[in-house]
Ligand binder design. Structure first.
Ligand code: MG
Ligand code: MG
Length: 256
C-alpha cells in the first residue's frame, strides 16, 4: 500500500530529518583515525535522544545498534564495534530518526586519511548518482527513471550497482512501499505522485555488483571484497523538483 503524505505529515518528517542531519554532523566531526565505530554509534544515539527522537534502527527487526556502520567492503548493515578507523578506510554511516511518529533515513560515506584516487572517485560518483536519482523523483516520472539515472551513471564508470538492497518509502514506518531500486528502465514502474516520501540510496561497488551476507545475519559485504559506497537522502516527490528532507549540510560543515 502506498501512503501519500499530507503537508502536515511532511512537516513532521522534515523535523525528524533535521535531527538526523544534525546527528550525522556530530558523527562527521568525530571521523578520524583511531575512533571506534562504537563511539560513533553512541554519540549518534545520545544526540538523537537528547533531541527528543529515537534511533529508528535500534531494535528494528532486532538490529542491535543506532547506526549501521559499514567500512570498506561492507556495503550496508554493518554493526558498530571496537573496530577503529584506519588511514585509507572508507566508512558508510547510515542512520534513522523517529520523531513525533515519523521516520527519516539517510547515509553518507566518509574517507579516512589518505584514500586512493580510485576509491575517492567511487565516493564522488555514488554521491553524484544519488542526486541524479533525486532529479528524476518528480511527479509524472516513474520509479524506473530514478533507477535508470543512477544505474546508467555508475555503470558507465565500470562500477557495480547492488541489486539485493533498494530504497523505500518512508513515513510512520521506516520501510514503506514502494521499493526504490537503484537500477531500472526509463519509463517503467510506478508513476510518481506528489506527496510520496522515499529514501533513495544507491549502493555502488568498485568491482562486481554481487554481495554476500555474513554469519551475523546483517552485514552485507561485496563478494569480491572490493570497497563499496552508500549515500542516502529522504525526499518528497513534488511537481517540478523533489524536495530533499534530510541534509548533508552539517556533515559538510564538520568536514571543512
Ligand atoms: Mg538508511
Ligand atoms: Mg534506507
Amino acid at each position: 500500500m502506498l501512503v501519500y503524505k499530507t503537508e502536515e505529515e511532511i512537516e513532521l518528517i522534515r523535523a525528524s530529518a533535521k535531527v538526523l542531519a544534525q546527528a550525522h554532523g556530530e558523527v562527521a566531526s568525530m571521523i578520524r583515525e583511531g575512533v571506534s565505530t562504537r563511539e560513533l554509534d553512541s554519540r549518534a544515539e545520545e544526540f538523537i535522544r537528547d533531541h527528543g527522537g529515537q534511533p529508528s534502527f535500534k531494535g528494528y527487526n532486532g538490529f542491535p545498534f543506532s547506526l549501521c556502520i559499514s567500512p570498506n567492503s561492507v556495503v550496508v548493515h554493518g554493526f558498530p564495534s571496537d573496530y577503529t578507523l584506519k588511514d585509507g578506510d572508507i566508512i558508510s554511516v547510515d542512520g534513522g530518526v523517529l520523531l513525533n511518529g515519523y521516520h527519516s533515513d539517510s547515509a553518507y560515506t566518509y574517507s579516512v586519511g589518505e584514500v586512493s584516487s580510485e576509491v575517492l572517485a567511487l565516493l564522488e560518483s555514488t554521491k553524484k548518482s544519488l542526486y541524479l536519482g533525486i532529479e528524476q523523483a518528480v511527479a509524472g516520472n516513474r520509479l524506473g527513471d530514478v533507477g535508470y539515472a543512477i544505474q546508467s551513471f555508475v555503470e558507465k564508470r565500470g562500477y557495480g550497482v547492488v541489486r539485493e538492497l533498494v530504497g523505500h518509502g518512508v513515513g510512520q514506518d521506516l520501510h514503506e512501499s514502494p521499493q526504490v531500486p537503484n537500477y531500472g528502465k526509463r519509463g517503467a514502474g510506478l508513476k510518481l505522485q506528489t506527496g510520496l516520501v522515499i529514501a533513495i540510496e544507491p549502493m555502488v561497488n568498485l568491482g562486481t555488483k554481487n554481495v554476500v551476507q555474513e554469519a551475523d545475519g546483517w552485514t552485507i559485504r561485496t563478494k569480491d571484497r572490493k570497497p563499496s559506497a552508500h549515500f542516502e537522502h529522504t525526499v518528497v516527490v513534488r511537481k517540478e523538483k523533489a524536495e530533499i528532507l534530510t541534509s548533508f549540510e552539517y556533515i559538510e560543515k564538520a568536514l571543512q
